[in-house]
Write a protein that binds this ligand. Sequence first.
Ligand code: HEC
Ligand code: HEC
Length: 337
Amino acid sequence: MKKIVALTLTAASLMASSLVQDAKNAGLAPIPTEASKLLKLIDNPKNPITKAKVELGKKLYFDPRLSKSGLISCNTCHNLSKGGDDGMQAAVGHKWTANPHHLSSPTVYNAVFNDKQFWDGRSPDVEDQAQGPIQAAPEMAATQEHVVAVVTSMPAYVKEFQKAYGKNVKITFKKVADTIGLFERTLVTPAPFDAFMNGDENAMTKKQKEGLKTFIQVGCASCHNGVGIGGGMNAFNVVAKYKYMNVGDFKGDANGMVKVPTLRNVTQTAPYFHNGMIPTLKDAIKEMGRIQLGANISDKQAKSIEAFLGALDGKKPYVKLPMLPATNDNTPKPELN
Ligand code: HEC
Ligand code: HEC
């Protein structure tokens, strides 16, 4: 009896380890468990992560006063309580303006793992990226001068910059964006998938494991891979045309390449695709099969893949709502126009 149990266990663990191997061979990679390995993956050598910088970056991320109206922060469109996005088809910013290209907000969780940022990959990293939305007219609509004036008007902010970067810090627009970016680097969400890949066979359910197999067999991992389970640039409309291509004017980068979205926490970030026209995960999976792989994904396969995607729902880092320094007479006033 004992022997049989032992044998079955070995067979089961062999199967699990071969699935891990298949996933690795397909290019899928886990978030490392070891803190030092993870730090190496997410840190910015040019501006290393420290507690003081991350705390300050968090305040700036949540501070709507960086925007022209005083109402819109990064968290407005990338809501950390809601999967790191806004649930809109096209993002809505300053003066209730929808994104002019009908682009939806990608999640900021795990964005650090992207090779490039934005749907067309036009920015190399989260620090560079953060400069965009603050100044974009349909988003936060602020000038660089506005941002510096807001931050330097509040002595508590100036003190925090000094604490983070030293007494002689020069508070520039770039420094603000770099600090927000550094906070974003900490927004990683290890999931059951990672525990499974890192050796805990029972971290994923049977259905999720089957879904992972389907995901690999059908070919999804040829683009959704790496630690981000996405994050590279890839061709779009490979075998057929996306059925809502006519909504908005987005065509990808100069070569028609599109940033492959991370599938981490994807169950929380509907609606889907660059223009948010696909309401459910099941439809997104089927449309992907049709346009990217020329595969007719059955309901059963879609359900199986969806189960696997559930194993990418990660544990969010604990983010304590920051208390922001109070505005004073020197702080620029909100402007709604
Ligand atoms: C009005 C809504 C809005 C606001 C405010 C906003 N964003 Fe975004 N964000 C978007 C949209 C829309 C995109 C995609 C735009 C594109 O690809 O051209 C985006 C893209 C991103 C990306 C790229 C993610 C990826 O997967 O490519 C990151 C990171 C990001 N924003 C962080 C920020 C930060 C940090 C702030 C605050 C400084 C901010 N956003 C403010 C809507 C917003
Ligand atoms: C040839 C590369 C490629 C393949 C293969 C591929 N994808 Fe994608 N996937 C992309 C790109 C690029 C996008 C972004 C498309 C857009 O938004 O316009 C995307 C978007 C998605 C989205 C929407 C995510 C979001 O946040 O909006 C899901 C879900 C998805 N893919 C799942 C899958 C599944 C499941 C498979 C296998 C059936 C698959 N993909 C195969 C490249 C690929």
